[in-house]
Design a protein around this ligand. Structure first.
Ligand code: AMP
Length: 286
């Protein structure tokens, strides 16, 4: 078994990171909520390839779950996560208890205005503040580092990048491509909630996104035409309940009047008790 240290205390992680930098090592940081799959491990491998040492953090962050969401049910598998991360090149794991991260009531909230209310923020009004607040804490604990996030959560990546810049964290935020199953379903810890029938139906998300991207590639410039197409493909799947289909400017996350430049097509849908999100990039010719 690959053995790496697992620390639970913020002070221990901070001391370790400081020692690494003093020894001249570049620190890579991969924040996760655990139940690791190959998507998470792609971030760890990338960090290991580009940095001297890598911290994997595993923390199911209560701040980012809304009332009625799946905080209690969220899958947990710390021992397997640590082993898999070690095999992918992690040097240390940080798995704090909730009381360590939030010893008392949390009075400080990090809100990235403009990016947090749109898209999934319409359905999960407190979610991105919870993400930004906990990631700000991780950045403060670890200090200067390169932090790896997946494009799977494209809005989260944009928010974290903006937050790090606005608050001058000495952290370079690196976005990494979506890792998918062979049938196109984006890997997600929440895929574990899917019944076999729902799992078989879920690749409709990528098919719908690809149809939207093909329409843009073929010259469609109307956002509504693209989102109607994506939405109608998802809605044609009886096991899927569409929450939203959107096409936005990749930098601002706003829907332009006319599609142009670097775009992102995003979809959110429920399959039974799993709420899944996915997205693809597409750019129009200059
Ligand atoms: P989570 O544990 O869901 O909070 O995800 C932790 C990190 O892994 C985030 O930066 C996610 O965007 C990233 N991630 C999750 N699933 C994937 C995937 N299928 N491909 C790439 N990155 C992913």
């Amino acid at each position: 078994m690959a053995g790496i240290p697992v620390v639970e205390r913020t002070a221990d992680l901070g001391t370790w990171a400081q020692e690494q930098r003093c020894a001249g090592r570049l620190v890579g940081l991969v924040p996760t909520m655990g139940a690791l799959h190959d998507g998470h491990l792609s971030l760890v491998s990338r960090a290991a390839a580009e940095c001297d040492v890598v911290v994997l953090t595993v923390f199911v962050n209560p701040l980012q779950f809304g009332p009625g969401e799946d905080l209690a049910a969220y899958p947990r598998a710390l021992e397997a996560d640590v082993e898999a991360a070690a095999r992918s090149g992690a040097s240390i794991a940080f798995a704090p208890p909730v009381e360590e991260m939030f010893p008392g009531e949390v009075a400080t909230n990090v809100h990235v205005a403009g990016l947090s209310e749109v898209l999934d923020g319409r359905f999960r009004p407190t979610h991105f503040d919870g993400v930004a607040t906990v990631v700000a804490k991780l950045f403060a604990i670890v200090g200067a580092a390169r932090a790896y996030f997946g494009e799977k959560d494209f809005q989260q990546l944009a928010i974290v990048r903006r937050m790090a810049g606005d608050l001058s964290f000495p952290v370079e935020v690196v976005g990494c491509p979506v890792v998918r199953a062979r049938d196109g379903l984006a890997l997600s810890s929440r895929n574990a909630y899917l019944t076999p029938e729902e799992r078989a139906a879920a690749p409709v998300l990528l098919r719908a996104l690809r149809s939207g991207a093909s329409a843009v590639a073929a010259g469609e410039r109307s956002p509504a035409a693209v989102t109607d197409l994506v939405g109608s493909i998802v809605e044609a799947e009886p096991l899927a309940a569409l929450d939203a289909a959107d096409v936005v400017d990749a930098a601002t996350l706003r829907t332009p009047a006319v599609l142009a430049g670097e775009l992102r097509i995003l979809v959110a849908a429920r399959f039974g008790r799993a709420r899944l999100i996915d997205n693809v990039g597409i750019s129009t010719p200059p």
